[in-house]
Design a protein around this ligand. Structure first.
Ligand SMILES: C[S@@+](CC[C@H](N)C(=O)[O-])C[C@H]1O[C@@H](n2cnc3c(N)ncnc32)[C@H](O)[C@@H]1O
Length: 200
């Protein structure tokens, strides 16, 4: 397994509510399979851990409650295959190529399709500042810039018509930005009300 130590508090904050509730988690990026084994243990009995990797050798890490898909994270057919076999996914963790175009493509293919109270976490977003990954400070097309656009979208109901209310607006509860991790938590926004209390 290959993780930064400060990620573990972030996992705990966003994932602990799923423990022992038989969640389905998809991790993009399998590598040596260590993180998949960790998730199986962390989420407890009944958890289903799915891995997606472009390297066919990763298939060897399949086992009890762990299913590995081979293909690229930006390939719509691969994502569709996963979703058709697992219509309910509670958590996506993108630890794949960390290339900007791949991170955005996976997000667009998966975010709306995962559970309505699901969590979508993208890690190693420091590559958003690195040229070789398609990143760069303020560079259009970086995942950080993409996420900044999502901050506006989450507030679209207050934008007095200059920003359309999107599906993302309707289904997103919050976006959490950390050093090297961005987390999107889903929850229907419902209708917004701001009642006034106190004497008239
Ligand atoms: C950082 S490693 C994953 C580490 C693993 N999650 C862990 O914590 O041990 C990144 C993995 O992403 C895979 N990868 C690279 N490009 C990919 C792509 N386009 N689609 C899916 N997986 C990809 C690599 O083969 C590699 O195994």
């Amino acid at each position: 397994m290959h993780k930064w130590i400060h990620y573990f508090d972030i996992y705990e904050r966003h994932f602990s509510r799923f423990c022992n509730s038989a969640p389905v988690i998809l991790e993009i990026g399998v590598f040596g399979g260590g993180s998949l084994a960790m998730w199986k243990e962390y989420f407890g009995a009944g958890a289903k851990v799915l891995g997606l990797d472009i390297n066919p050798e990763c298939k060897q890490h399949e086992g009890d409650g762990v299913e590995i898909f081979i293909g690229s994270q930006d390939d719509p057919a691969v994502i569709e295959d996963i979703l058709s076999r697992h219509p309910r996914i509670d958590i996506v963790l993108d630890d794949g190529s960390h290339m900007m175009r791949h991170m955005i493509a996976s997000f667009e293919l998966l975010y709306e399709r995962i559970h309505a109270r699901g969590v979508y976490m993208v890690e190693d977003t420091h590559t958003c500042y690195w040229d070789e990954y398609g990143g760069g400070l303020g560079r259009q097309g970086s995942f950080i810039e993409y996420a900044k656009g999502k901050i506006d979208e989450i507030n679209a109901v207050h934008a007095r018509g200059v920003l359309p209310i999107s599906s993302f607006t309707r289904i997103t509860d919050c976006i959490s930005i950390y050093d090297s991790i961005i987390v999107f938590e889903k929850r229907s926004q419902g209708s917004r009300q701001a009642p006034v209390t106190g004497p008239l």
